[in-house]
Design a protein around this ligand. Structure first.
Ligand code: NAD
Length: 430
């Protein structure tokens, strides 16, 4: 099939690459010219495992092209995916300006029957809004809502082997075309209305965030009653009604999806005169959880003024270079308020971009070697659970820090082992 992708970010690029790999002819469009230039030169603007290899193979087969020409993208495409960002505005309401602009571009240039598929995470009612915008230009199209559930870090694997595919549609013709597109996928396909499809995505993310905040609350009680949250989570997860995933205590969820989607759902409910009390608590618990690392640091160092702290991990989770809403950003800001010097290391983050996109009060010292970052620091904080931190040389950490103090926001080390090695070691819920 001839497929166009509007927005070549994490979701758009993975969607384009995976659909091209299935033998479709894909054209990816983005308004960001530098991103397209990089992709045309065979460079990948994001870090995502397996992407480099797959793109090299596809470039050779010419199944995928990258462009910033909207007309070339849209004219003649049978299916057009919208995969642009839907960030939150300051008041927590979803910013739909990128989606609306994408709809206008599609309307202006489409010249034959097309199925417009929305992959972006959007408030209920957005598919109808997109339909209205495009209808101002042309009426020969149908709209489908097909939310995406991939996870950064395993995005290609997730897209290629989804646990379910949700297809929300009004028209039988469009539903048939999208079902055909996905016919080789071996998973349940749920055909729904547009609104239900849009809601499934928010409900899924909200439920996962609720599990995280729940286990974090349990962790906080565990700390008070001398129980071990890791074993508690294992014991809970063995119950098939509960399941073991998303029961990892830590410093809370971050990233480009959960924080904004949970707030968006809370706001959607509110604007429909419903107070989603549970979600309000989920958000509150998550905010408090990030601050708990600062509290623990204070409990050990007492006065933070002029102290030097080493942060390992800036990405919101391992195996990605995405730092949107990562816990590290909040932590650095909180520590800088207390006049703390920050040394930081992350294996994949673009440090320049990290600084440019966040409004930090003071300079951060960035390192390309995790051990160099430790030198002369009063404490090490584990913020992201990268594998290389799990395998780090603990004796070396001990020698390089001023005193052997580690505060672990992700529970990556064994409590007993750290204490035996002579560390002052604080983790979450143990
Ligand atoms: P992103 O910011 O990485 O990419 C969005 C891209 O769209 C950018 O490259 C931007 O330049 C481009 N863009 C914006 N307006 C455009 C326009 N009018 N025309 C063409 N391109 C335009 O965002 P993302 O992480 O890929 O997320 C996209 C959507 O998918 C969001 O709604 C997000 O919530 C949802 N989602 C994301 C993930 C994830 O893990 N990142 C997972 C599932 C769903």
């Amino acid at each position: 099939m001839k497929i166009a992708i509007i927005g070549t970010g994490y979701v758009g690029l993975v969607t384009g690459v995976c659909l091209a790999n299935l033998g479709n002819s894909v054209i990816c469009y983005d308004i960001d010219k530098s991103k397209i230039k990089q992709l045309q030169a065979g460079k990948i603007p994001i870090y995502e495992s397996g992407m480099k290899k797959l793109l090299k193979k596809l470039n050779a087969s010419k199944n995928i092209v990258f462009t910033n020409n909207p007309e070339k993208t849209i004219k003649g495409s049978e299916i057009i995916f919208i995969a642009v960002g839907t960030p939150q505005q300051k008041n927590g309401v979803v910013d739909l300006s990128f989606v609306k602009n994408a709809a206008r571009t599609i309307g202006k240039f489409s010249n034959s029957y097309t199925v417009i598929v929305n992959k972006s995470t959007v408030p209920v009612g957005t598919a109808i809004l997109v339909k209205k915008i495009i209808s101002c230009y042309n009426k020969n199209f149908d709209i489908v809502s097909n939310p995406e559930f991939l996870k950064e870090g395993s995005a290609i694997e997730d897209f290629a082997n989804p646990e379910r595919i949700i297809i929300g549609a009004e028209s039988r013709k469009a539903r048939k075309i999208i079902n055909k597109l996905y016919r080789s996928f071996n998973c349940p396909v749920l055909n729904t209305s547009l609104e239900t499809a849009e809601m499934i995505k928010y409900a899924s993310n909200a439920f996962l965030a609720t599990k995280i905040s729940f286990i974090n609350e349990i962790a906080n009680v565990c700390e008070k009653v001398n129980a071990d949250v890791e074993t508690v989570a294992r014991g809970m997860g063995l119950d098939s009604r509960i399941g073991s995933s998303f029961l990892k205590a830590g410093i809370g969820y971050g990233g480009s999806c959960f924080p904004k989607d949970i707030k968006a759902l809370h706001n959607i409910a509110l604007s429909n005169n419903y107070r989603f009390k549970l979600l309000k608590a989920v958000i509150q618990v998550n905010n408090d959880q990030k601050r708990s690392l600062v509290k623990k640091t204070k409990s050990i160092l007492k006065n933070l003024n002029n102290k030097k702290i080493c942060l390992w991990g800036l990405a919101f989770k391992p195996n990605t270079d995405d730092f949107r809403e990562s816990a590290a950003i909040d932590l650095i800001k909180l520590f800088q308020k207390e006049n703390v010097t920050i040394n930081a290391y992350d294996p994949k983050i673009n440090y320049e971009e990290f600084v440019n996109k966040n409004n930090f009060k003071n300079k951060i010292n960035f390192y390309s070697d995790k051990y160099d970052a430790l030198k002369n620091c009063d404490i090490l904080l584990i913020v992201t659970e990268w594998n290389e931190f799990k395998k780090a040389d603990l004796e070396k950490i001990k020698i390089l820090l001023k005193k052997p103090i580690v505060i672990d926001g992700r529970n990556i080390y064994e409590d007993n082992k750290m204490k035996k090695l002579g560390f002052r070691y604080l983790s979450v819920g143990r």
